[in-house]
Design a protein around this ligand. Structure first.
Ligand SMILES: Nc1ncnc2c1ncn2[C@@H]1O[C@H](COP(=O)(O)OP(=O)(O)O)[C@@H](O)[C@H]1O
Ligand SMILES: [Mg+2]
Length: 283
């Protein structure tokens, strides 16, 4: 009946179930539920302060939800620490970049790979063959992911020396270096120019082609509608829609809460026309 739910016997990759989060009695998230299938792109949209980043923080273990559950392939991961969630194959980027500015670009991405590479303190102290091999593999992987994201700047210089758009790419490279099954991107195109946004769209598609599922928080409606299989809409912590992009963009409550405020004029007109019950009157 519901065409958006895959008819597999297995649990979805990610399942967020009636998530609630309050800060001193103020509800930042008031009942959020959605699922993400393997290699699916789901966008979470909504006005500033709607609770999008908080939802990411709950999924990735940075916040412990007040109620509700987060499951990964059916396994309850609610309240696990960020490192434990990351070890299960969930990587993320941050709305405000969190690169180590003084560290080289390459080392920032190498830091992402270390999770995967088996080393212990003795290996590191004694510089055993295993340690050297690990270091070499880590460097190779970092170069690979920097190529993948299309970094043009100097990878041996400090991360802070890169232009902003390039730093965003490095953050995505670092997240990919963990070889996640699920990648959460918090406004990856914010502050980017038109060309950089198009490149980000292409990058998101190529990540998905690797078999990685993506949850995307993004304000650029064109990008969201273009790339997502499903769109979840939050407004003041409440989930007001969850469906395919075409359906969501015509939802009256979405038009009112979100498109009416943040979209450009053409999008508002188009959305209103659709809501009013026909495309013929809308052009
Ligand atoms: N650590 C925190 N302490 C108190 N309030 C917070 C905290 N994090 C987020 N909030 C509040 O939760 C609400 C949702 O914020 P956020 O998740 O950042 O929204 P969005 O990402 O959709 O813009 C806001 O009202 C914000 O002020
Ligand atoms: Mg946010």
């Amino acid at each position: 009946m519901n065409s958006t739910v895959k008819s597999t016997a297995n649990a979805p990759l990610l399942s967020v179930e009636d998530l609630r989060l309050s800060f001193g009695g103020v509800l930042a998230i008031d009942g959020l539920s959605f699922g993400v299938g393997e290699a699916e792109i789901v966008s979470v949209i909504g006005p500033n302060g709607a609770g999008k980043t908080s939802a990411f923080n709950c999924v990735t273990g940075f916040y412990r939800p007040t109620a509700g559950a987060v499951r990964l392939r059916g396994r309850d991961i609610t309240g696990l620490r960020p490192s434990a969630v990351a070890a299960l194959g969930v990587a993320r980027t941050f709305q405000n970049l969190r690169l180590f500015g003084e560290m080289s670009v390459l080392d920032n991405v190498r830091a992402g790979t270390h999770l995967r590479i088996r080393q212990n303190v003795f290996d590191a102290l004694l510089h055993t063959p295993r340690y050297r091999r690990g270091e070499r593999e880590s460097t190779e992987q970092a170069h690979h992911w920097l190529d993948f994201v299309g970094l043009r700047g100097d990878r041996y210089g400090p991360a802070r020396a890169l232009p902003y758009g390039e730093q965003r790419r490095v953050e995505i490279a670092r997240a990919l270096a963990r070889e996640p099954d699920l990648l959460l991107l918090d406004e990856p195109a914010a502050g980017l120019n038109h060309g950089e946004k198009a490149e980000t769209l292409d990058l998101i598609r190529r990540v998905r082609e690797l078999g990685v599922a993506i949850v995307l928080i993004e304000h650029d409606m064109g990008l969201v509608m273009d790339v997502s299989q499903r769109v979840v809409v939050l407004n003041f912590g409440r989930e007001i829609a969850d469906g395919p992009p075409d359906e969501v963009r015509r939802d009256p409550e979405v038009v009112e809460a979100y498109l009416g405020r943040d979209a450009d004029e053409a999008e508002i007109e188009e959305a209103r026309a659709s809501v009013a019950g026909g495309r013929d009157g809308g052009a």
